[in-house]
Design a binder for this molecule. Structure first.
Ligand code: ADP
Ligand code: MG
Length: 714
């Protein structure tokens, strides 16, 4: 047999047909390495081999015997095939039934030796039997079993590829790859008492005890985190070595400017601001994350940093994930910079505008705006991803002298995009980099996710804020909720209504009004019809969603901001960043259809001013899991608390899915083992301080470049 290495593609392994290959590909498994690293999600303990006479009801076990009888019948009424048989050993016999697994007839027949594993069922009249047990024909060559009589791995499956199928392939492969070369430095393996790689990988798939399987996994979680930390630390060192334009701070002028604001900064806003300004004074690039709950006032801090850059003669690129948000930042900044000689520009897919400090605001053709930016006439350029070209082909905005890049809602941007943004220019100067995020991540996790960034934390809300009253509203109280909205609007406030989809799904037309009322799968267009015509015909109701033209969206957001619209019905397009402090009601339809982090962001659209605000959650699901989830939104007092709760409830990676953090899957998987995080980080730190270029650690270096490549590709 030809030798098998980790790099061997599965396609060249004998016995894996094209159908299987395709299924594996679906699971992201293409090489032997991918397969061996496709870890079980849990184990089943079939290690207790029992004589049939000694079977105990409801216990998991394995029996070894022979098939005595096997018959197929068809359950009448239900379209189901039942295969029924008797298996016996020297001590007794037991009935076995399999539902809809007729193929077993081709594998087993009377007289076949067979192992059965599963939980012993008991019928109503007290008879013990096996229902859908795992079966295995013991090999004649006396090989170890794969599916029965042991701790059995249960894998993440896909349609047509069962755990049984995976075990069938993994087991012999484990033997064929032989001894695997160690990927961690020996020193680390020793310090933490890890099993050698080959042994650990075997133990993950076919452990002797469940504890052994779980323990072995730790090594791999550690390894992933260790390499991730190395990657981040190296990035950090690389950035630190780069040049940046030192941007001096005129503290007196900053203080004066703060005096012109309608509010006083909170303590943690002040602290964060000075940390940022101090970083910008250095001649190596700032690489900082400004973390703060929704509504904590991050924008103003970034704006003051941009102002500092402008006064020192540098331009700022200010990126937002949506056009709506870019537009809002543009309006904010052109207002606060109106009396400062600072030009502000807006550049998105659909708009190009410029506001000069002298009060002039104008719409320009894009090339003209680009020319203005290239001349250095505009200091702060606000836009979407388009601001920084991602490929060499597409030209990015031609800044005259880019000194600062601000990225709002940074979790919406990937690692690769981030890396691209802070690339040095042709003279070797990189911009200072400030990213902002409200993703509430427990402290323990933020180091892991953003170990390459310095972190400033705004951990308080402005003094004028009141806690948002949050309620899960049952369907029969819908009418009262509408009355309440009407009352709030009468006092001058405004409301958001968020729906899970833009247009109704076809099936909904079939439902009766009553069914519809209870189902609550609501769409923006339908709710708009209903609310504007029937429920609130006397109020100004509008809708906004991704399918509208940018200009239309802009008009609606402006009118909502000016309180010309009372109720805004929206999809998730208003999820992040939108700031209309006069809006006090956030009503969420089909709340169970949104993720927890998303719900939290919606909630953050209200309570952004001094008025008491409300978040009303409507849900069409009455499952306990949903209730619990929604309740955590109701009860958590801030984002961090919510994240901690969710972490405790379901482990990391749920609340902060990888799309929420812009972090590679590698990191997200590793995060399921927070207990090894600190060790992984300190081990990585130790290696990198003693050997910054990893010259003495060849294997680490190779593995690290593989990982870097992968991360940059994501
Ligand atoms: P986020 O951190 O979610 O991005 P924003 O920067 O949009 O929050 O700020 C939310 C609102 O709070 C804005 O209207 C802003 O002007 C206001 N704000 C910011 N800082 C303060 C403060 N210290 N006191 C009162 N209001 C503030
Ligand atoms: Mg914001």
């Amino acid at each position: 047999m030809p030798s098998v290495t980790l790099q061997t593609p599965l396609s060249s392994i004998h016995g894996i047909g094209p159908r299987f290959l395709q299924k594996f590909k679906k699971l992201g498994v293409e090489t032997v390495r991918d397969l061996l690293w496709h870890f079980p999600s849990r184990y089943e303990d079939f290690s207790a081999v029992t004589d049939i006479a000694d079977l105990v009801p409801r216990e998991e076990c394995t029996v070894r015997g022979f098939v005595r009888k096997l018959e197929m019948r068809r359950a009448w009424r239900k379209r189901m095939f039942i295969l029924e048989g008797i298996v016996e050993d020297a001590t007794g016999a037991i009935r076995v039934v399999w539902f809809n697994q007729t193929y077993i007839r081709n594998v087993l027949s009377e007289g076949t030796p067979v192992n059965l594993s599963g939980k012993v069922s008991v019928s109503r009249d007290g008879e013990m039997y096996f229902s859908n047990p795992t079966y295995e024909i013991p090999s004649k060559r006396n090989e170890e079993t794969k599916h029965t009589g042991r701790i059995v791995p249960v894998y993440p499956e896909t349609k047509g590829l069962t755990s049984k199928g995976i075990r069938y392939i993994v087991k012999p492969l484990l033997e064929r790859v032989g001894n695997l070369e160690e990927t961690l430095p020996e020193e680390i393996v020793e310090t933490f008492g890890f099993a050698p790689l080959s042994e650990a990988i075997r133990a993950v798939h076919f452990p002797d005890t469940i504890e052994e399987g779980i323990e072995a996994r730790k090594r791999f979680a550690f390894e992933d985190l260790f390499f991730l930390q190395l990657f981040l630390l190296k990035e950090r060192m690389r950035v630190k070595r780069e040049k940046a334009h030192a941007t001096p701070t005129d503290a007196e002028s900053v203080r004066k400017f703060l005096g012109t604001l309608p509010f006083e900064l909170t303590q943690s806003q002040k602290k964060s601001l000075w940390e940022i300004l101090k970083d910008m004074e250095r001649s190596s690039p700032m690489n900082r994350l400004l973390q703060g709950d929704v509504g904590s006032g991050k924008t103003i801090i970034a704006a003051i940093a941009a102002r500092g850059a402008a006064r020192a003669g540098f331009q700022t690129a200010f990126m937002a994930p949506t056009e709506i948000l870019a537009r809002q930042h543009y309006e904010t900044m052109r207002t606060i910079f109106a009396d400062e000689d600072i030009g502000v520009a807006l550049l998105t897919g659909s708009e190009a505008r410029a506001a000069y400090g002298n009060g002039l605001e104008t719409e320009l053709k894009k090339p003209d705006l680009a020319r203005e930016i290239a001349k250095g006439a505009l200091s702060v350029v606000i836009g979407t991803h388009a601001l920084i070209a991602e490929s060499k082909k597409k030209k990015s905005v031609p800044f005259a002298l880019l000194g600062l890049v601000v990225v709002d809602e940074q979790h919406r941007f990937g690692v690769r995009q981030r890396a691209k943004i802070i690339e040095p220019d042709e003279h070797g100067y990189a911009p200072h980099f400030l990213s902002m995020s409200a993703t509430p991540i427990p402290r323990t996790l933020s180091l892991t996710l953003w170990g390459d960034l310095d972190i400033s934390l705004i951990d308080e809300l402005p003094k004028d804020r009141k806690p948002i009253v949050t309620k899960v509203v049952s369907p029969e109280n819908r009418g009262r909720a509408y009355e309440f909205i009407r009352k709030e609007i009468k006092t001058g406030r405004q409301a958001f209504v968020v729906c899970p989809r833009i247009e109704p799904a076809a099936a909904e037309g079939v439902l009766t009004a009553k069914e519809y009322e209870t189902l609550q799968i609501r769409s923006v267009t339908e709710e708009y019809e209903r609310l504007s015509k029937t429920i609130f015909p006397d109020l100004a109701v509008a809708m906004i969603h991704g399918k509208l033209k940018a200009r239309e969206k802009e008009r609606i957001m402006r009118e909502f901001g000016e309180n010309k619209i009372n109720i805004l019905i929206s999809t998730a397009v208003i999820e992040v960043g939108v700031n209309v402090p006069n809006a006090t009601i956030m009503m969420i339809e089909g709340a169970d259809r949104f993720g927890l982090a998303q719900l939290y962001q919606f909630k953050g659209r209200v309570g952004r001013g001094g008025h008491q605000s409300y978040c009303l959650l409507f849900s069409d699901s009455s499952s306990d899991a949903t209730k619990k989830r929604l309740l955590s939104i109701v009860e958590a007092r801030n984002g961090f608390e919510l994240a901690e709760r969710d972490l405790a409830l379901r482990g990391p990676g749920q609340f902060i899915g990888s799309e929420q953090t812009g972090m590679p899957d590698l990191a997200m998987n590793a995060l399921r083992h927070p207990e090894v995080m600190k060790d992984a980080r300190s081990a990585a730190m130790k290696i990198i301080t003693s050997d910054p270029d990893l010259k003495k650690n060849e294997t680490i270096n190779i593995r690290l470049s593989e990982i870097s490549r992968k991360i940059h590709q994501e």
